[in-house]
Design a binder for this molecule. Structure first.
Ligand code: DAH
Length: 348
């Protein structure tokens, strides 16, 4: 029998047997018989070395072609067997595999998280580093180190949730931080200038809930300390932030304000989105909406952390986070953010 006849025979037998093989076990047996080491095809391939160069070319090519064919058929048959098995088992369990799949609901980030990330990105692009601090804070960092000693009237503006009720006046009492400003002191204690940080985080106030007040909300603090920092740097930085977050057309306004830990202190306001400065209910008829407090770091605070105020100066700012999307999208009730109403949350 010539080699080509042999190959033809192998092909025929292989096809017939493959037709008949109906499960994975039979297919594996088939594979061993026709493609395995001891298969007749493999014998033919091994015997090629004994042939002349011309024969090698033709017979060798034919044998290899058959090998590829057999492999292809096996693959097709395997897929068919698998499909049959799946269909049979689906039919048995009464599953209709032709039904379209259920859409997998994609989650999304909470609007406050989205705004945080956006604001963080604006400030990191200006060279600020993002750091976080503790929500349970010492009286010292929350108040005293920020020039707000016990009995200071500024304490009344931040209704505090105390953790330790005794000895409220020695600075060793713990509380839930009422603002992110304590991180100014913590960071300056650890790091010498130049300092450029923003601190996002939760803050707490003991307040009755209404459309503009909730006992837990978010703030973002900023701090920059270096040689030669001036109020112009503060204004430039915050102006850039406002342009990027609210758009170039919204006008901003700086005015004097008082915060114990800055001197001078300022407040920044943006033009009211609703009335464009004419005055309406939202902005209390002023045309402006205050969005943050800021100022030049008080020299006494620099001294307290061992930074020489004759050499270094710095600016600080602090903003309420929920206010930002409220002003941007015209949301008039802060409670919506924490009501877990998906109809509201899905809009972002
Ligand atoms: N911590 C202040 C507050 O919660 C906001 C603030 C005002 C932060 C002035 C600052 C600042 O850094 O310089 O009302």
């Amino acid at each position: 029998m010539s080699i080509s006849q042999k190959l033809e025979e192998i092909r025929k037998a292989a096809t017939t047997e493959l037709e008949a093989a109906g499960d994975a076990k039979k297919l594996e047996e088939w594979r061993i018989r026709y493609l395995g080491k001891k298969s007749r095809l493999n014998e033919v391939l091994r015997s090629l070395s004994r042939l002349s160069l011309d024969e090698k070319k033709t017979v060798g090519a034919a044998a290899n072609r058959l090998k590829v064919e057999l492999e292809e058929w096996l693959g097709q048959k395997e897929r068919a067997v698998r499909r049959d098995r799946m269909e049979a088992s689906a039919a048995e369990k009464g599953i209709d595999i032709s039904l379209p799949g259920r859409p997998f609901p994609a989650g999304r980030l909470h609007p406050v998280t989205q705004v945080y990330r956006e604001i963080d990105a604006i400030f990191t692009s200006m060279g600020f580093e993002v750091v976080e601090g503790p929500e349970v804070e010492w009286d010292y960092y929350n108040f005293e180190a920020l020039n707000i000693p016990a009995e200071h009237p500024a304490r009344d503006t931040m209704a505090t949730l105390w953790i330790d009720s005794e000895e409220k006046d020695n600075g060793k009492t713990r509380l839930l931080r009422t603002h992110t400003s304590p991180m100014q002191v913590r960071v300056m204690e650890q790091k010498s200038p130049p300092v450029r940080i923003v601190v996002p985080g939760k803050v707490y106030r003991y307040e009755a809930t209404d459309a503009t007040h909730i006992p837990m909300f978010h703030q973002l603090e900023g701090l920059a300390v270096d040689k030669g920092i001036t109020l112009a740097d503060l204004k430039g930085t915050l102006y850039e932030f406002a342009c990027r977050f609210f758009g170039k057309d919204r006008r901003v306004r700086f005015r004097c304000d008082y915060f114990p830990f800055v001197e001078p202190g300022v407040e920044m306001a943006i033009e009211c989105a609703v009335c464009k400065g004419d005055g309406c209910r939202l902005c209390g008829n002023s045309g402006w909406i205050e969005i943050l407090g800021a100022g030049m770091v008080h020299p006494r605070i620099l001294e307290r952390v061992g930074i020489d105020p004759e050499v270094y100066t710095g600016f600080a700012f602090g903003m309420g986070i929920e206010r930002m999307p409220m002003l941007r999208y015209g949301i008039d009730d802060i409670r919506l953010f924490y009501g877990s109403d998906l109809r509201f949350l899905r809009q972002f």
